[in-house]
Each structure stands twice: as C-alpha cells, then as structure tokens.
Ligand binder design. Structure first.
Ligand code: ATP
Ligand code: MG
Length: 139
C-alpha cells in the first residue's frame, strides 16, 4: 500500500464538483485516509508550488490556488502515486484521456481541478506539508 497527496482545487470546489471527484477516487480504489477543507494562504500556495517559482505562470497559479477553498487529502491504494496521476489525466485537459477527472471537469491548463503528487518522495513531503503524523495514522 502507498499513500499519495491530492488537492481538489478551487475551480472544482466552486463549481460543485468536489463530491463527484471524491466518488471517482473512491471508485478507483483509493481510500481517504485524511481530508480537510481550507483556504490556502499566499505563502502556503507559494511554498507548495515552490518548484515552479521561476515559471511564467507562477503568479497566476498562486492567485488561482488562493481564490477559494480547496480540499487536501491523503489517499491510499496500491501504486497510489501512479494510479492517481492516471485517474487525474494530463495537466492540460485538452490532452487528457476520456473519463479522467481533468477531462471531465477542468476548465483550462491552469484551472484543472485536481493536484496529485508526481513521485513517492514528493508525496511524502506534500503529506507532511498539510497533515500531522497523527492525522495520517488515524485509520
Ligand atoms: P499538479 O502539480 O497540480 O498536480 P501537474 O503535475 O499535472 O499538476 P505541473 O507541471 O506540476 O502539472 O503544474 C502545476 C500546476 O500549474 C498545474 O496543475 C496547473 O494548475 C498549473 N500550470 C501548469 N502549466 C501551466 C501553464 N502552462 N499555464 C498555466 N498554468 C499552468
Ligand atoms: Mg505537478
């Protein structure tokens, strides 16, 4: 079993797609280990996406990620990191496969409804960024 980290982004929460996304994730065999709704601060969003700070879209990305509530989650299943990326679909919804979350719900390459860790190492860091060890080991 592996645990990965995911965020239902502000576009999806605002449009009322959060429940549908959670249902897709559970249907794909993920178990919700921890979950919280919050509004990211500027510094939380900047820190979370720090790897992209030199990219031209960084300012816009941080503005988007702080515009409304998000839902942060710890998701468990076999091969969780890879499987979540599959279920999410490509970053740009125009390139996302049919049936993926981004194909179904994303508005644009920026407003793309969901984040998923890209490797086990980043999953571990991102889980720690939002959850305490106690929260991650409750169930
Ligand atoms: P995430 O890290 O959110 O799971 P990803 O790994 O598919 O997405 P990244 O390259 O890590 O894609 O980009 C992080 C986020 O930055 C994207 O999900 C999207 O919201 C935004 N983004 C990426 N590329 C662009 C772009 N060219 N223009 C605008 N926003 C972008
Ligand atoms: Mg990424």
């Amino acid at each position: 079993m592996q645990t990965t980290f995911s965020i239902i982004k502000p576009d999806a929460v605002k449009l009322g797609n959060a429940g549908k996304i959670l249902a897709i994730l559970e249907g794909a065999g993920f178990r919700i280990k921890a979950l919280r709704m919050l509004k990211l601060s500027q510094s939380q969003a900047e820190g979370f996406y720090a790897v992209h700070r030199e990219r031209p879209f960084f300012g816009s990305l941080v503005k988007f990620m702080t515009e409304g509530s998000v839902i942060v989650m710890a998701l468990e299943r076999e091969d969780a990191v890879l499987k979540l990326r599959e279920v999410m679909g490509a970053t740009n919804p125009a390139n996302a496969a049919d049936g993926t979350i981004r194909k179904l719900f994303a508005e644009s390459i920026e407003r793309n409804s969901i984040h998923g860790s890209d490797a086990p190492e980043t999953a571990a860091e991102e889980l720690k960024y939002f959850f305490t060890t106690q929260e991650l080991n409750q169930i």
